[in-house]
Design a protein around this ligand. Structure first.
Ligand code: ATP
Ligand code: MG
Length: 397
C-alpha cells in the first residue's frame, strides 16, 4: 500500500524549502512509524510505502496529527499506460459508488512534460473509460462527488480517489520552542495546539496551590499535556509550580480587586524564568480579549508589563468561546477540560475583580509584597513530567 501526503505552505519557502521538507519527513517518520527507507520524497509530495506488517489505521492517525500535511490519499502506481490507469480508476469509481457517490470527474497533472498528451486529453480518455465501465456514475466537472486524480510521471502513473484531510500548518520544530501556561480550562490547550500548528515545539507549566487545589487538578492537566503530546513528535514537558505562598501573600497583603492581576503577573514572571532556564523563546497563554475580567486590554497590559522582555503570544486573542470550544472538540481536549476541578484562580477570585487595572496601582500594591524570592523558590521547586506521543516517559534533566 502506498500513501501519498501532500503539503502546500512549505513549498513556498524558497531557499528554506529543503529544511521544511526534511523536518516534515522526519516528523512523519516519528508520527506514523514508517521508517525513513520507506519514505519517498518527490517534488511537492511525500509517499509512504507501507509493508504487510504496518497497520494502516495507525499510519493514517499519525498523518492526521502531523502539522504541515494538507491531505493524504491511498494511491496506486501503474506503468505509463492509460488503460492501466483507467483500470485502477474504474475500481476506485466502483468503490466510491458503493459509498454513495453519484458523479465523478477525472483531473490530471503531467509531471513529465514530455508526455505526448495534454492533461485535458488524459482526463477525457480516462474519464471516458471509467464512464463506460461504471455507467451508473455521471460525469460532473463542476461539483462531482468524487474526483479521480491522475498524475503522469516519467516512469509511472499514480491514481487516487478520495483523500483524507490533515491539519495543515508548519512542521513542528520549524518555529522554535515555547512555554505554554496550561490551566485546566478549555482555552489554554487550544492555544497550545495552535502554536504547535505553526511549527512551535512546546513545554507547559501549570500553577497549583495546595491545599486549595488537589491532586485532581494536577491529574487533569497531566491528561491535557498528554493529549497535546499526541500532536507532536517531540517531547512535551510539563512543569508543576506551587504558588500557595504567593497566593497567601497576595490575599493578605494586596487590595482584593487586584488579586487576579497580581497573580497573573506572578505566573508570567515565573514562566519567564523557567523559559530562560530551558531556552524557550515564547510564553503562550489562552487569553481571549474580553472573555473574563482579567482579559480586558488594561489588565492584559498589566500582565505583559510584568515581563517586558518576554515574547507573550495569545493565539486565541480574537477567538470567541464557540470557536475555541469547536477546536477543543476537534483536537480532543474538550472532554477533559470540562471535568470539574478546583482551579487556583477560581478559589482566589474576588467578587468584584478590577476590570481596568492601572499599572501604577498594580506596581504599588506589588512593591510591598516582596514576591520575587517566593517566585524564585516556586520556580526552583517545580516538579516535572514528560510525554512523548501520548505516553509518559522518563524526564531528561
Ligand atoms: P483557560 O480556559 O485556559 O483556563 P480562562 O478563560 O479560564 O482560560 P484565565 O483563567 O483568565 O482564562 O487564564 C488566562 C490564561 O492564563 C490561561 O489560558 C492560561 O494560559 C493561564 N493560566 C491561568 N491559570 C493557570 C494555571 N493555574 N496554570 C497555568 N496557567 C494558567
Ligand atoms: Mg482558567
Amino acid at each position: 500500500m502506498l500513501i501519498q501526503v501532500r503539503y502546500d505552505e512549505i513549498s513556498l519557502k524558497g531557499g528554506r524549502r529543503n529544511y521544511y521538507e526534511s523536518m516534515l519527513v522526519q516528523n512523519l517518520v516519528h508520527q506514523t512509524g514508517i521508517p525513513l527507507e520507506r519514505v519517498r520524497r518527490v517534488r511537492g509530495r511525500i509517499r509512504l510505502v507501507l509493508s504487510e506488517s504496518d497497520d494502516p489505521e495507525t499510519v493514517w492517525d499519525g498523518i492526521r496529527r502531523t502539522f504541515g500535511v494538507v491531505d493524504a490519499a491511498e494511491v496506486r502506481e501503474v506503468p505509463v499506460d492509460l488503460d492501466e490507469a483507467a483500470r485502477v480508476g474504474i475500481d476506485m469509481a466502483r468503490e466510491s459508488y458503493a459509498r454513495g457517490s453519484r458523479s465523478f470527474k477525472v483531473e490530471t497533472k503531467r509531471r513529465d512534460k514530455t508526455y505526448p498528451m495534454t492533461s485535458l486529453q488524459v482526463s477525457l480518455d480516462v474519464g471516458e473509460k471509467i464512464g463506460a465501465a461504471v455507467p451508473e456514475l455521471d460525469v460532473d466537472v463542476h461539483t462531482p462527488d468524487v474526483v479521480i486524480r491522475v498524475e503522469v510521471e516519467r516512469n509511472s502513473i499514480f491514481v487516487w480517489g478520495s483523500s483524507r484531510p490533515a491539519p495543515r500548518g508548519l512542521p513542528t520544530g520549524t518555529s522554535g520552542r515555547g512555554l505554554v501556561l496550561l490551566s485546566g480550562g478549555i482555552d489554554s490547550p487550544v492555544a497550545a495546539w495552535l502554536m504547535l500548528k505553526r511549527g512551535m515545539e512546546l513545554d507547559a507549566v501549570h500553577f497549583h496551590a495546595p491545599p486549595g487545589t488537589g491532586p485532581k487538578a494536577k491529574a487533569k492537566v497531566a491528561t491535557l499535556a498528554r493529549l497535546l503530546s499526541r500532536w507532536t513528535p517531540r517531547h512535551v514537558r510539563l512543569y508543576y509550580v506551587k504558588t500557595s505562598e504567593i497566593q497567601d501573600a497576595i490575599a493578605t497583603g494586596a487590595p482584593e480587586r487586584l488579586r487576579i492581576v497580581l497573580l497573573r503577573r506572578s505566573f508570567y514572571r515565573i514562566a519567564f524564568q523557567l523559559a530562560a532556564w530551558k531556552r524557550l523563546r515564547a510564553l503562550i497563554g489562552g487569553e481571549a480579549l474580553g472573555q473574563v475580567a482579567s482579559q480586558t486590554p488594561e489588565n492584559l497590559r498589566c500582565t505583559q508589563a510584568a515581563v517586558p522582555l518576554a515574547l507573550c503570544l495569545h493565539p486565541l486573542i480574537a477567538y470567541d468561546k464557540i470557536e475555541i470550544t469547536r477546536l477543543a472538540e476537534k483536537i480532543g481536549t474538550y472532554e477533559t477540560s470540562i471535568q470539574p476541578h478546583l482551579d487556583c484562580c477560581s478559589l482566589f477570585a474576588p467578587k468584584g475583580p478590577e476590570t481596568a487595572a492601572r499599572l501604577e496601582d498594580v506596581e504599588e500594591a506589588e512593591a510591598s509584597l516582596d514576591l520575587g524570592p517566593m517566585e524564585l523558590v516556586a520556580a526552583e521547586s517545580r516538579e516535572a513530567v514528560a510525554y512523548l506521543r501520548g505516553e509518559e516517559v522518563p524526564i531528561k534533566r
